[in-house]
Design a protein around this ligand. Structure first.
Ligand code: GDP
Ligand code: GDP
Length: 439
């Protein structure tokens, strides 16, 4: 599972500046999906070869009082789920009461913590740092987030402090046990994830024992359907929840992101009775950011009037237009209708995501698409796109070589993506284009 690093600090110390620096999109897929907005609170960064989830608690809290802020649910959850805390303070302000309050709270969590002094630009670090020792949190690390200064040292420091990534031997019983396509079911609270999971698993298909204790930590739940193997990734304990009433927080973006990262195909569950909201769009943006294949289940289709159904379809097409690559099903997890179609779509999406796309095929297609619809002139010269080859799988990447490729307009890029997708019959996976200059 992706490690979680959580940023904490008073307002205005520079948390969101640091967050933005560290979470530039992993896959550059975002540009190909107009209408998609990045999540400003949860992002993915990269420590050397190792991706991690970064949470900006400043974005999660509406309060400017440090103590109120720390008691807000999503902030508490982000701290509880953190593998490492970054406590940010402001070199220009010096140590304030609010910093001492936060320090006391954070110390109580017992979590590994790094004290980071931001805004050391134009200041002499050796003069400003000593005062922060009084927080009793060890040596402060100086950075200037807005200038990118000190960030490598900071990342190396965190990398050393994190528990090492699981080795294969330790993964036995978790990933090891995973068979077939790995599926993550994500969606806003109450969308019907647990209900759907229990339907998919079906009582007789459940391999994992129900004895208390044995299921507690099983994040990877193997099951069979239609004679095929699948593994469900249940980071949020959704399988248990439908049976046991639990008072724990029902919704965690962090757990959803971890499941998305660990899976092959995401099933995004949308609640048709509530409508499509910001949380759906945010989760969808994490799916695209991860490059994972996707199937959308519009749930609770039962009991809706024809009018309400039309409204939901319309709203989906407006608010989640960037998910047009994903197959979408109207289902009732409660009654089971259309649930059987989901796994076939999962198979299809994964097959598309890992397909081999031969160079001659891509190059011939590119020539067809270009002759059908020429790229525009730039400074009186036409953009030339000469040949294409596959640059990656899961998600598929098509690399196009040509001249003046940096001037390819977004609309033309969209045209190519849509047509490649159609001509290659790619369903349910994001597709990424990369342009390279010269031959
Ligand atoms: P947050 O409330 O903790 O998320 O803080 P922001 O990231 O919004 O930053 C607050 C202000 O501090 C903004 O005006 C930033 O431009 C500024 N800031 C952030 N990092 C630095 C830095 O390293 N040096 C300086 N001089 N200003 C910074
Ligand atoms: P989760 O929080 O996403 O895991 O949602 P749950 O599976 O716990 O479901 C939340 C509520 O929605 C429960 O009361 C379910 O019975 C109900 N529900 C789930 N699926 C459906 C459905 O297809 N139709 C209707 N009408 N209710 C559903």
């Amino acid at each position: 599972m992706l490690p979680v690093i959580t940023l904490v600090g008073r307002p205005n110390v520079g948390k969101s500046t640091l967050f933005n620096r560290l979470t530039r999109s992993r896959h550059a897929l975002v540009a190909d999906y107009p209408g998609l907005t990045r999540d400003r609170q949860y992002g993915v960064g990269q420590l050397g070869p190792r991706p991690y989830i970064l949470v900006d608690t400043g974005g999660l809290s509406g309060s400017s009082d440090p103590l109120d802020m720390l008691t807000e649910r999503q902030v508490r959850l982000a701290i509880a789920e953190a593998d490492h805390l970054l406590f940010l303070v402001d070199a220009r302000d010096g140590c304030l009461t609010g910093d001492f309050d936060i320090a006391a709270e954070l110390r109580r969590t017992g979590k590994p913590l790094t004290l980071v002094v931001n805004k050391v630009d134009r200041l002499d670090a050796s003069l400003v740092l000593p005062e922060f020792h009084t927080l009793g949190l060890g040596d402060p690390l100086p950075i200037a987030a807005s200038h990118g200064r000190g960030l490598n040292t900071l990342l190396e420091h965190i990398f050393d402090a994190l528990p090492p990534a699981e080795t294969d031997a330790e993964a036995v019983g978790t990933e090891e046990a995973a068979k077939g396509i790995q599926i993550a079911v994500v969606g806003r609270p109450n969308a019907g994830k647990s209900t759907l999971i229990n339907r998919l698993l079906g009582e007789e298909r459940v391999v994992t024992s129900d004895t208390p204790g044995t299921t507690r930590d099983s994040l990877f739940i193997p099951f069979q359907a239609n004679g095929r193997d699948y593994t469900l990734i249940d980071t949020a304990g959704m399988r248990r929840r439908a049976k046991v009433t639990e008072l724990i927080e029902k919704y965690s973006v962090i757990k959803a992101m971890q499941a998305i990262d660990a899976c092959n195909v995401v099933i995004l569950v949308v609640d048709a009775q509530v409508g499509i909201g910001e949380q759906d769009a945010t989760l969808a943006s994490h799916v695209i950011d991860s490059g994972r294949a996707l199937v959308v289940a519009i749930n609770k289709w039962d009991g809706l009037s024809a009018d309400e159904r039309a409204k939901i379809k319309d709203s989906y097409e407006r608010k989640l237009a960037f998910l047009d690559f994903a197959e979408r099903f109207q289902i009732s997890a409660l009654h089971g209708s259309s649930v059987g179609l989901l796994l076939d779509a999962v198979e299809g999406a994964y097959a598309s995501a890992i397909r081999d796309l031969p160079t001659p095929l891509l190059t011939r297609l590119l020539a067809d698409l270009v002759s059908e619809h020429q790229p525009p002139l730039v400074h009186g010269r036409r953009i030339k796109l000469r040949y294409a080859h596959q640059g990656g799988r899961n998600p598929p990447v098509i690399v196009i070589h040509g001249n003046q490729v940096e001037a390819v307009p977004d609309a033309y890029r969209r045209y190519l993506i849509n047509r490649f997708r159609k001509e290659l019959s790619l369903h349910g996976t994001p597709l990424r284009l990369e342009f390279k200059s010269g031959s």
